[in-house]
Design a binder for this molecule. Structure first.
Ligand code: 13P
Ligand code: SF4
Length: 337
């Protein structure tokens, strides 16, 4: 529910912003969003703040108030480059922690501290210590979808956009690859390095099925199916392309398929469709309840109060930062699949 106390602003100040989302937000709904958009864009100036938004944020956040948007890798990279004093992370908690690790002296806000992630919840620092006892001398590659405590026990981080490069950068025969079992299986197909997985899953991507996608293929001619590598292997087997959220977006923007189905979180298609109007989007999607905790109303509240802040124990942060910085030192994200 949006706050009734939000002061109204002349609509002309946000007309240009509305033009960015008019193909995905009906005009009749805009008055609900418009006062928050105007207030947030003013608050960003007075607070010297920047908003980093993940590709799964809703279009009114992604297109109307975000300064930087992208996949987990892009957000981590951009977090390093910002001169702003305050970073608002419109995404989930592990993303805000990554931004804080890379900017220990800045104020990093997440509008709802409860915006979690089933992958991050699937593994603890104690689990990693136990794995290291079982597999001594095998490096630990940890997906960024983990807590800072887990990153602190890891040798290096990766994202869905650079996982193969990160694994191969280590120059070893075997790695522990945690916590996403399906991403691990996907990486194992792309490399000769032996991958020892964990049993974590994304609660959003694990719900897609291959038979569901096959039915869509039968129903729609010339359908291009692109999927996130957190999906189960049989789902990826049906897809024409597999990539991180940014790679999926690049695929649609450059290849311009006639019809596309993005097998991932629902807001992805809305955000890409807002700028790619010549592609038809078929939208079976699953919502991430954690990403959806972030709203214009709580972004505005976070900027007004400069709360809630993300804080990380310094003894954890120093080791977690190393794992993230090692990943960033590796460079670009290869388009795989
Ligand atoms: P990306 O790094 O591909 O954006 O994925 C993050 C995520 O949480 C996917 O579920
Ligand atoms: Fe975590 Fe899945 Fe949500 Fe991404 S979509 S934040 S992996 S629960």
């Amino acid at each position: 529910m949006l706050s009734p106390s939000v002061s109204s602003t002349k609509s002309s100040s946000t007309d240009a912003v509305y033009a960015l989302v008019e193909s995905v937000i009906p005009k009749i709904e805009w008055p609900v969003f418009e006062p928050h958009v105007a207030a947030i864009n003013e608050l960003k100036k007075t607070r010297n703040a920047v908003i980093l938004a993940h590709n799964y944020q809703t279009p009114e956040i992604y297109h109307c108030v975000a300064d930087i948007s992208g996949d987990s890798l892009a957000l981590a990279r951009q977090a390093v480059d910002t001169d702003a004093e305050v970073i608002v992370l419109a995404g989930v908690h592990f993303m805000a922690e990554t931004a804080k690790l890379l900017n220990p002296d800045k104020v990093v806000l997440i509008p709802d501290l409860a915006a979690g992630c089933s992958l991050a919840d699937s593994i603890t620092a104690a689990d990693i210590r136990e794995l290291r006892r079982k597999h001594p001398d095998v490096p630990v590659v940890t997906y960024v979808n983990t807590s800072a405590e887990v990153k602190a026990e890891s040798d290096i981080c990766c994202t869905s956009g650079n996982a193969v490069e990160v694994v191969e950068s280590l120059g070893v025969d075997r790695v522990l690859f945690l916590p996403d079992e399906y991403l691990a299986a996907y990486v194992a197909e792309q490399t000769d390095v032996e991958i020892i997985p964990w049993q974590g899953h994304c609660e959003v991507h694990e719900r897609f099925t291959a038979s569901e996608l096959e039915q869509y293929r039968e129903a729609y001619d010339e359908l291009t199916i692109i999927a996130h590598p957190e999906c189960p292997p049989d789902v990826l087997g049906v897809a024409d392309y597999v990539g991180s959220t940014a790679q999926m977006q690049d695929y649609v923007q450059t290849k311009r398929p006639r019809r596309v189905m993005m097998v991932t979180e629902c807001s992805m298609s809305d955000n890409v469709a807002a700028s790619v109007t010549d592609v038809e989007f078929i939208r079976p999607c699953n919502l991430c309840p954690h990403m959806k905790r972030i709203t214009l109303a709580n972004i505005q509240q976070a900027l007004e109060s400069l709360q809630p802040r993300v804080e990380i124990d310094p003894s954890v942060a120093v080791r977690a930062r190393q794992a993230v910085e090692r990943m960033l030192a590796i460079g670009g994200s290869r388009i795989v699949g």
